[in-house]
Design a protein around this ligand. Structure first.
Ligand code: NAP
Length: 295
């Protein structure tokens, strides 16, 4: 991997954000009703449904890179690919790689090359704390580019470095430590938060975020720009920065129903859309997307 990566990002960037210092960043997560993202053992928990996983795939397909923490790689062994062949084909037709660059962050380099993160897909980047870079290169160097990200590793630095590598749209997919840092450091432009109709009820499980000084603390409220039912889960879309641009992911969200998301009721539940989503869920049931929010 090298400079070629820069040439193969998604090209139709509507942002026109020449002065940007980091990629346009979407944080995507599915939680239980009580705010957890894993089981008590820390293992993968199936929260989302097929239609929502297909939506995640559509969002992935519009990004240049997907970032998860090393903890998620260890717990979930995600592949983090664009699974829908039509979406992958559209990316290549647009001059991008078929599937986004995969990015992870680690302090201790407790990762192995047999993880699906490294075994599948195309370019991979490992942002590593300086003290473990030697170990990371030894373990992973044949499968990924290991970046010395300093000590400590700051997500702002990682974001800026990603932009310099040509990553203009970044999707952050967990887990809890990574969410916490991206949100607390105000590095997220929009958030897609899905709530699944189950409880975990065990404080040993991972929460969506840990403790932190988040920019959106009462009385400062995040801006809800859309919500909808997707089968039995609810998607809430928040604008978290002045850079929020609905056009970046509207096309991905519109794939849910074939209608523009501008028609979605932001105060309640779009039951008409849900019916269509349920039909799509049935069609996609057999093609579950791999990844952190899926089995
Ligand atoms: N429901 C969902 O949408 C969803 C999505 C993703 C994940 N999950 C769940 O979330 C859980 C994992 O979350 P998690 O909080 O334990 O782990 P995580 O956020 O995925 O990763 C944490 C790890 O990332 C590395 N890291 C994080 N910040 C760092 C920094 N500033 N500098 C260097 N390294 C850093 C460290 O790796 P090292 O330990 O290697 O140093 C750390 O242990 C799993 O149970 C998974 O199933 C759920």
């Amino acid at each position: 991997m090298g400079d070629g990566m820069v040439d193969r990002v998604v090209d139709d960037d509507p942002l026109g954000d020449a002065g940007a210092v980091r990629p346009y960043t979407v944080l995507s997560c599915c939680t239980s009703l009580d705010g957890y993202i894993s089981s008590a053992s820390g293992g993968r928990l199936t929260l989302s449904n097929a239609a929502d996983l297909d939506r995640v795939d559509a969002v992935r397909a519009r990004c240049d890179a997907i970032l998860v923490g090393a903890g998620t790689i260890r717990a979930d062994n995600p592949r983090l690919l664009v699974r829908d062949t039509g979406r992958a084909a559209r990316r290549t037709a647009d001059g991008a790689a078929a599937t986004p660059v995969k990015v992870t962050v680690t302090a201790a380099a407790r990762l192995t090359a047999d993880a699906d993160f490294f075994r599948t897909g195309l370019d991979k980047l490992v942002y590593c704390r300086s003290t473990a870079v030697h170990r990371a290169r030894r373990l992973l160097g044949e499968h990924a580019s290991v970046v010395d990200a300093g000590d400590p590793v700051r997500m702002g630095w990682v974001s800026r470095d990603l932009l310099q590598r040509g990553i203009r749209r970044l999707m952050v997919e967990g887990g809890g430590q990574i969410h916490t840092q991206f949100l607390a450091d105000n590095l997220v432009d929009e958030m897609h938060l899905v709530m699944a109709p189950v409880f975990v009820g065990d404080a040993r499980a991972r929460r969506f975020v840990g403790d932190g000084r988040f920019p959106y603390r009462s009385p400062r409220r995040a801006r809800l720009v859309g919500s909808r039912a997707i089968g039995d889960v609810v998607l809430m879309r928040y604008a978290l920065s002045d850079r929020f641009d609905p056009d970046v992911f509207d096309p991905a969200l519109a794939e849910l129903t074939g209608v523009d998301t501008a028609g979605v009721d932001t105060a309640g539940i779009d039951t008409a859309g849900s019916d269509t989503v349920a039909l799509r869920a049935a069609r996609t049931e057999a093609a579950l997307i791999d990844g952190v929010t899926s089995p």
